[in-house]
Design a binder for this molecule. Structure first.
Ligand code: HSE
Length: 407
């Protein structure tokens, strides 16, 4: 309706923080080319925030009540960049119910309510998009929803958390401990004061739950995703990794097993030939294997104001081009029973405070890895086996200091 009445698409931005201000900046900087791509003008009519931003050029657009936006028929597209589940969920649902299309960068909202919000958008002949919720500026959501729909996706393995990838890169480059890498990341603004969500893998867990929901076409709850973070990794683990010609990366992985997927987040030892091996610093990358496509990898800036805002504004363009037409996204609300990650096979790198005899009694033939400074322990790599089998054998041996899976 708005499209026919105005030659200008009016949008609103809910939350004028890092991402919301980036959205206004991207639209301001690339206004001409964005308008040409939409085929109409674009104007930010409202900015919803608790603050007033006195003296800021956007001050006149600031509103404090989301209903002003919901009740204004001129607003066709709404950006949600507030973060957190509430009140974002209430506000986004109200916008969709009012017939507006919405794009969000908020992975907590998408992981918890993505399926429902897509259904509400469909009922209203509108759209709910969330490109920026995984991988920041990397186009992975649209790739899965549009470009890779001819494939059955057999695997997604991603470095989807820039904070931990920066820390692991520093640990590898400088040989420092986890605590030093964290301090450095916090000083550079790459890690929060409370880094739990990033370093314990919860952020990556939400992101792989979203990606798996999209490739499976139904709900994957992030609470069901087995998650290990990087806080128990140490400089000596990095030494072992280097000795093996490998690197340690926090991977969020989803692998097809029959009609379902085994989904997990954990540190993995990657060989040099793996495409994710060279993804360093705050960069993100998502490796996808399709049954027709074979392998593909999506690489780029996974966080930050402008890269994330770039993905949000690309959604705004897509939404503006499809006013009054729902774009199908298959994400049914029925919960997917994900496979037990312990049914997956791997080789396991283990450090244990025991004798080689005890290792061989438990695991049979293994490959020993020796590094300087590793006193009072043995480092070894097991043969390929199911993780359930590894757990049984490790229980029998005892005294495990560390275990990291090969990828
Ligand atoms: N802390 C997150 C990261 C922010 O580093 O990936 C983007 O989700």
């Amino acid at each position: 309706m708005v499209k026919g009445v105005n030659s200008m698409i009016k949008i609103a931005v809910m939350g004028y923080g890092t991402i919301g201000s980036g959205v206004v900046k991207v639209i301001g900087t690339n206004q001409d080319s964005i308008c040409k791509k939409i085929g109409e003008g674009i104007e930010v009519k409202y900015i919803l925030d608790l603050r007033d931003f006195e003296g800021d050029p956007i001050q006149s657009k600031v509103v404090h009540d989301y209903k002003v936006i919901a009740e204004d028929p001129e607003v066709a597209v709404v950006v949600e960049s507030m973060g957190g589940v509430e009140p974002a969920y209430t506000f986004v649902k109200a916008m969709l119910m009012a017939g507006k299309s919405v794009t969000t960068s908020n992975k907590a909202l998408v992981a918890a309510h993505g399926s429902e919000l897509i259904a509400v958008a469909k009922e209203q002949n509108a759209n709910f998009m969330f490109e920026a919720s995984v991988g920041g500026g990397i186009p992975i959501i649209r790739a899965l929803n549009s470009c890779l729909t001819a494939d059955r996706i057999e695997e997604i393995s991603g470095i989807v958390n820039g904070t931990t990838n920066y820390m692991l890169t520093r640990m590898a480059d400088a040989g420092c401990e986890f605590s030093e890498a964290l301090k450095e990341a916090q000083e550079k603004g790459y890690a929060e004061k409370d880094p739990t969500a990033d370093v314990e893998g919860h952020d990556a867990g939400r992101k792989i739950a979203i990606l798996t929901s999209l490739i499976a076409g139904q709900q994957v709850d992030f609470e069901d995703v087995y998650t290990e973070g990087i806080s128990k990794l140490s400089a000596i683990d990095i030494l072992y990794a280097k000795k093996m010609g490998r690197t340690i990366k926090l991977l969020a992985t989803s692998k097809q097993i029959g009609d379902t997927y085994a989904v997990m987040v954990a540190p993995f030892l990657l060989p040099q030939e793996h495409p994710l091996y060279t993804v360093n610093g705050v960069f993100n990358a998502v490796f996808v294997r399709g049954n027709m496509l074979g392998d593909a990898m999506f690489y780029g800036s996974g966080a930050g104001s402008l890269p994330t805002a770039s993905a949000v504004v690309a959604d705004v363009v897509e939404l503006a081009k499809h006013l009054g037409k729902h774009i199908e996204i298959e994400w049914r609300p029925q919960k997917l029973a994900i496979a037990d990650y312990r049914q997956q096979s791997a080789r396991f790198f283990v450090r244990a405070a025991c004798s080689k005899k005890a290792v061989e009694d438990a695991f049979g033939e293994v490959e020993y890895i020796e590094v300087p400074k590793a006193e009072g322990e043995v480092g070894f790599v097991t043969a390929q086996m199911k993780e359930a089998e590894y757990i049984e054998k490790a229980k029998g041996m005892g005294n495990i200091i560390q275990m990291i899976r090969f990828h």
